[in-house]
Design a protein around this ligand. Structure first.
Ligand code: AHR
Length: 510
């Protein structure tokens, strides 16, 4: 028998705006994330525009990818931007020491990345190098990208084919500087941040490097030492107090991956996993809520006015390495990935007061991708469908909901059986996303719309019989979302059965 649940949607009330950048992406020079996945070169038989493959661009454009983080990841901490500008045939050939010593042609550099971003209609988020770079190198890069052609740096860019300055609104100050980005202590990183800040501040929103999951000390120390130009205690009595009015951090950030347990040692296979693997993956994914809550609580103490955003610069499922995979960290996405994505995006909405950006790791052919390529072929993943279904939430205003449903108990922890998010977007349209975490049980849901009137309702559902249902390059997609039949508002209520292990989006039009 289905589980019963009721949901109250307070459609007349409104919460914070859901920043479209929550739907952001991450691209790194890793496996076929860039080479083949995005960059095929102008001479390729794969249809492309200036070397960037057209099928992938069209797919990403369709779901309105808002922002892309590049060039890494750990790769960013070894990357020297000059290797990737100028005539392509003269660029140095390198070795990707961050990821398997694979050859790096440098064919895809700054101009190609910015071209990709512009073809998609997204914004650029560039991570600068702290571990093997310098503030001067990072500053020169930003001058090169954004200065007018009348300047020396801009003139060089123009000689390399681009007269008009590029727009780089987001600058990441390093990547995982507690690890591959220099093995820094939080205090040392905070001081480094201050130095990079002094030269990069004029260029855009600076995003401080990522706390590793529940490393709350990282966030605390960084805020203590870098939020203001002078530590608050010291400046209060000084004539420099005015300097402390403006926060020096654009955003803090956080990295967190889903496994099928609570640590890197408990990854399940990407396909052919057990129901226990499913459950523990949901448990781990749901931890995102606790992490954001606790990092936010620290931020609230230092920045009660919420001027500093939180960016979850890397998130997604990281399953066991498949020895037969065609490239490094290539994963096949299944229905489980879709549920992980739906749950995570709903959690981001729940924290939209602080979470202003998130970047799925990684956009193409690496970890929990949106699209996969095999030579000239391309398929979209179950995660892609979720991003597509959720488009109505981008830029919409969150609406409060309250759910009453039995919990989904995993390893003694109560998870929600159903994860719900609601928002009001263009023209007052209400979007509801409903994710059933339970692998076996459908949920009979009654939605109370609190007297709000709607003229029409439609919905789409993504589910399958198997937990590891997945698309294949040579077969029709079994996870193509299907219309939900029989949706009807009666006496201000909407009733439906939410299938087991599913992601569903309902839209109600005023
Ligand atoms: O996304 C893969 C890697 O995971 C990134 O390079 C690094 O930042 C993280 O550890």
């Amino acid at each position: 028998a289905p589980i019963n649940a009721t949901l109250v949607v307070e459609a007349s009330k409104s919460g914070p705006r859901i920043d479209p950048n929550i739907y952001g992406q991450f691209v790194e020079h890793l496996g076929r994330g860039v080479h083949e996945g995005l960059w095929v070169g102008e001479g390729s038989s794969i249809p492309n525009v200036r070397g960037i493959r057209s099928d992938v661009v069209a797919a990403l454009k369709r779901i309105k990818v808002p922002v892309i983080r590049w060039p890494g990841g750990c790769f960013a901490e070894l990357y020297h931007w000059r290797d990737g500008v100028g005539p392509r045939e003269q660029r140095p050939r390198g070795v990707n020491r961050a990821w398997g010593d694979e050859p790096e042609t440098n064919g895809f550099g700054s101009h190609e990345f910015m071209d990709l971003v512009e073809q998609i209609g997204a914004k650029a988020f560039v991570s600068v190098n702290l571990a093997s770079g310098s503030p001067a190198e990072a500053q020169a890069w930003l001058h090169y990208l954004t200065d007018p052609a009348s300047s020396g740096a801009g003139a060089e860019r123009a000689r390399n084919g681009r007269e008009k300055p590029f727009a780089v609104p987001y600058i990441g100050i390093g990547n995982e500087n507690w690890g591959c980005g220099g093995n820094m202590t939080p205090a040392y990183y905070a001081d480094q941040y201050r130095q990079y800040l002094s030269v990069l501040k004029p260029f855009g929103t600076l995003i401080a490097t990522d706390a590793n999951a529940d490393d709350y000390a990282w966030t605390e120390t960084l805020l203590q030492r870098a939020l203001f130009r002078h530590p608050p205690g010291a400046a209060q009595a000084s004539p420099l107090a005015w300097i402390n009015k403006e926060p020096q951090l654009g955003m803090m950030s956080l990295h967190f991956y889903t496994f099928s347990g609570n640590d890197w040692g408990r990854k399940s296979p990407a396909v052919g996993f057990t129901e226990q693997d499913w459950a523990t993956s949901m448990l781990r994914t749901h931890k995102m809520d606790e992490l954001i809550t606790r990092h936010t609580a620290i931020m609230d103490r230092y920045d009660p006015e919420r001027r500093v955003g939180l960016s979850v610069s890397e998130w997604g499922a990281w399953w066991e390495k498949d020895k037969a995979a065609p490239s490094n960290l290539f994963q096949v996405g299944t229905l489980r990935d879709a549920v992980v994505a739906g749950l995570t995006l709903n959690i981001f909405h729940d924290h939209a007061e602080r979470v202003q950006m998130a970047n799925l790791a990684q956009m193409v052919n690496v970890l929990q991708s949106l699209v996969l390529t095999r030579g000239p072929k391309m398929i979209v993943t179950p995660t892609y469908h979720v991003f597509d279904l959720y488009q109505g939430h981008q830029g919409a205003t969150r609406v409060p909901v309250s759910l009453s449903a039995p919990a989904y108990r995993v390893e003694g922890v109560d998870l929600p059986s159903l994860s719900v998010s609601a928002s009001r977007g263009e023209g007052g349209r209400l979007t509801l996303s409903l994710v059933n975490l339970r692998p076996q049980d459908p949920i009979r849901l009654v939605i109370d719309l609190q007297g709000q009137r709607f003229s029409s309702v439609q919905g789409r559902s993504l589910t399958a019989d198997r937990m590891d249902a997945r698309p294949d390059f040579d077969a029709p997609d079994p996870l193509q979302p299907r219309a939900i039949q029989g949706l009807q508002i009666e006496a201000g209520r909407l009733e439906l059965t939410v299938p087991a292990k599913s992601v569903n989006v309902i839209q109600l039009n005023p």
